[in-house]
Design a protein around this ligand. Structure first.
Ligand SMILES: *Cc1c(COP(=O)(O)O)cnc(C)c1O
Length: 455
């Protein structure tokens, strides 16, 4: 067998539907609650923020939802994405394990995020929306939505966490190239932003603050809606195309994964690769180990509490039950910006509570070491977030070696790191430190969780 083993699908084999895990859950999920009344939210509560088709998908229970043809047409620009067998990495590790990775860095924005940005922009366009507001941390989501907005002729306003706005000018330039407006958050444009600046004029911002700003702007204007790049059910469903394609590609290989690994920020790329496989299991198929890898400095699944919490710092969003570090928790400034969210997708959290998936946390220096090893073996330079998945897969491959077992490991390489070279420069310069979050701050953030009667 040659060393380069790549499984490609024809365009005709690209999935025509997304997979919705709601159809296969063993019991219903806890409801989403209105922050004012404490009662379950209805479509009318969400209508100021999202187009109706997205609201329908958020609560849908059908197993399959058709991908609209205009969305498939754009997907075809980079999908089906390749699946590789990591033979050179296997050799470097001297492991009997067979390692596969699905590569989502081939999209125009360089990550999995356009998989949901494109349909979200499409449904907004269909319902006459002129402007979409959103937040972005490191800039991957902002640039993905900016790309999708450009294709559909929708204005995109991105509230970008101030520290990233200043540190990542290239992501900002990419958003502006696509025609989006990029605002450093906290900003003077919103009440939420002004409130934070009044308390702390030097605030460097957080995802929670930026979400408050974007939500506030969308709620105020009839022609404007809001879009979220992770966490919500419809986002995870859009990402299922990753796992659905992988299943078809693995049929060509004749292998079936024993272990599936993904990194988790809000949970969407992890769910994208894992849920189609987990759905098979929930319908009576074989059991596989499914491993979520998160940063030790923002460990919502391994250290957070499973409780109702807000999605944002300004407490404008509904309450969802999830693994959370508390909506006021601000993680230390480590380099995987896409993994710095205080919460976790409710679906991922629920399945973790049911014991259907595992979670593990690693520190950033060991995570970068794994990414560098991967780049030297396979040639692709992963995003700092993706390095967590690489680390998780390598650990499993080393375990398989110690046990002398030829395990099949699949992981999602969710994006490339070409915009994150400063992180690699810092790593090679010995400047990357393993930052610990502040235990006292975590305890305080958790003590501040909203009390909810329904619990
Ligand atoms: C945004 C992002 C993440 C984190 O988001 P998830 O919803 O957990 O997937 C991870 N990797 C990359 C490359 C990202 O852009």
């Amino acid at each position: 067998m040659s060393d380069t083993v790549k499984y490609v699908l024809s365009e005709a084999d690209m999935p025509k539907v997304w997979y919705n895990i709601m159809a296969d859950l063993p019991r219903p999920m806890p409801p989403v609650l209105h922050p004012g009344t404490g009662k379950p939210v209805g479509p009318a509560d969400l209508a100021p923020l999202f187009p109706m088709e997205i609201i329908k998908q958020e609560v849908a229970t059908e197993r399959e939802i058709a991908i609209p043809e205009p969305v498939r047409d754009i997907y075809r620009q980079w999908r089906p994405s390749p699946l590789y067998r990591a033979r050179r990495l296997e050799r470097a590790l001297d492991t009997p394990a067979r390692i596969y990775y699905k590569y989502e860095g081939v999209s125009p924005a360089g990550s999995h995020k356009p998989n949901t940005a494109v349909p979200q922009a499409f449904y907004n366009k269909q319902e006459g929306v002129k402007r979409i507001t959103t937040e972005t941390g490191a800039g991957q989501w902002g640039s993905s939505l900016a790309f999708a907005g450009a294709l559909f002729g929708i204005q995109v306003d991105v509230y970008m966490v101030k520290v990233s706005y200043n540190q990542k000018p290239y992501r900002r330039a990419l958003m502006e190239t696509y025609g989006a407006r990029c605002v450093a958050s906290p900003s003077e444009e919103t009440q939420s932003g002004r409130a934070v600046l009044a308390q702390n004029p030097n605030s460097t911002g957080s995802l929670g603050i930026a979400i408050s700003e974007a939500v506030e702007m969308a709620a105020q204007r009839d022609d404007t809606k809001y879009a979220l790049g992770s966490v919500l059910n419809h986002v995870l469903m859009h990402q299922s195309i990753i796992g659905l394609e992988t299943m078809k590609q693995l049929e060509q290989s004749g292998d079936d994964p024993d272990i599936i690994v993904g990194c988790t920020g809000g949970g969407s790329n992890f769910a994208g690769i894992a849920f189609p496989f987990l759905g098979q299991q929930l319908r009576g198929g074989r059991t596989r180990r499914i491993v979520a890898v998160e940063p030790a400095a923002c460990p919502s699944l391994t250290r957070g509490k499973y409780a109702y919490d807000f999605g944002d710092t300004g407490h404008l969003t509904p309450l969802v039950k999830m693994h959370t570090l508390g909506s006021t928790f601000v993680p230390p400034g480590f380099h995987a910006g896409g993994l710095r969210y205080h919460g976790m997708a409710p679906q991922v959290s629920f399945l973790k509570e049911l014991g259907l998936l595992e979670a593990v946390a690693y520190k950033q220096t060991e995570v970068f070491a794994a990414g560098v090893m991967f780049a030297r073996a396979e040639g692709i330079l992963p995003a700092p977030e993706a390095n967590h998945a690489v680390k998780g897969a390598i650990e499993e491959a080393l375990k398989a070696k110690a046990e002398g077992k030829a395990k099949v490991i699949l992981f999602n390489l969710c994006g490339h790191g070409h915009f994150d070279m400063q992180a690699y420069i810092d790593y090679f310069g010995g400047k990357l430190k393993d930052l610990d979050y502040d235990e006292a701050e975590l305890a305080m953030a958790l003590a501040g969780l909203p009390s909810v009667a329904a619990e």
